[in-house]
Ligand binder design. Structure first.
Ligand code: GDP
Length: 212
């Protein structure tokens, strides 16, 4: 059980998350004004493993991998005051082009119209960064002025020097302040606290923040 973090000085070292609902589109998304951080990535980049790592909750990722839910938008309530939203892994619906297009439309709707959205976490495989889908997501974040954290996941697959080179190269691709890049390993926990700190900052309502 996590302590209440309201007003706490120290950020939590994990985020408790419980499944709220799955929704095919924005139409049936939760109706309230809780802040949401969306997590996106190409299929197999390790999105589910990342969610596991920061929540310490295997059932969360399992929920997202449940057949029938993989193409849905999955909403999880957290104990830090907002929601984590698991967006469908891009490239999953290999079989049908029409499904891919439909999925893409729902994703675009969510990103462009969801007023709760405060930031996006983009999970990439450090060995294959900035594939077309990732580049598109980055371009969108840039255009929308949406804070984004890019995770170079599976960093454990590279040696130290290669990791640092990959991090530097990625930072050259996204030099702006709003889009930050970090190393991550869902396997070893590298970068875990750094990500939790960012999520906490985004999802925990500020005492003195005024709604727009
Ligand atoms: P998703 O499709 O993006 O949700 O990806 P998964 O979380 O299912 O991960 C895809 C594969 O990559 C699985 O075999 C994971 O065990 C593996 N994987 C995910 N993250 C890491 C990581 O940080 N390091 C390593 N070595 N393997 C990882």
């Amino acid at each position: 059980m996590a302590d209440c973090v309201g007003g706490a000085e120290r950020p939590p070292d994990r985020i408790n998350a419980v499944f709220n609902k799955s929704s095919p589109s924005l139409l049936s998304a939760p109706e309230d004004d809780l802040p949401e951080v969306a997590v996106a990535g190409r299929s197999n980049a390790g999105k589910s493993s990342v969610l596991n790592q920061i929540t310490g909750n295997k059932s969360l990722a399992r929920t997202s991998k449940t057949p029938g839910r993989t193409r849905l938008i999955n909403f999880f309530d957290t104990d830090i005051g907002g929601r984590i939203v698991d967006l469908p892994g891009y490239g999953y619906a290999k079989a049908a082009k029409t499904l891919q297009r439909e999925w893409q439309r729902h994703l675009e709707d969510y990103l462009s119209a969801r007023r709760n959205l405060v930031a996006v976490v983009l999970v990439m495989d450090i060995r294959h960064p900035f594939e077309p889908f990732d580049t598109q997501m980055v371009a969108w974040a840039r255009a929308a002025q949406m804070p984004m954290r890019v995770l170079l996941n599976k960093a454990d697959k590279l040696r130290h020097g290669a990791r640092i080179n990959a991090l530097r190269a990625a930072r050259r691709v996204v030099p702006e302040e709003l889009i930050t890049v970090q190393l991550f390993s869902a396997q070893t926990g590298l970068g875990r606290q750094e990500l939790i700190d960012a999520l906490t900052a985004w999802l925990t309502p500020m005492q003195d923040a005024t709604a727009e």
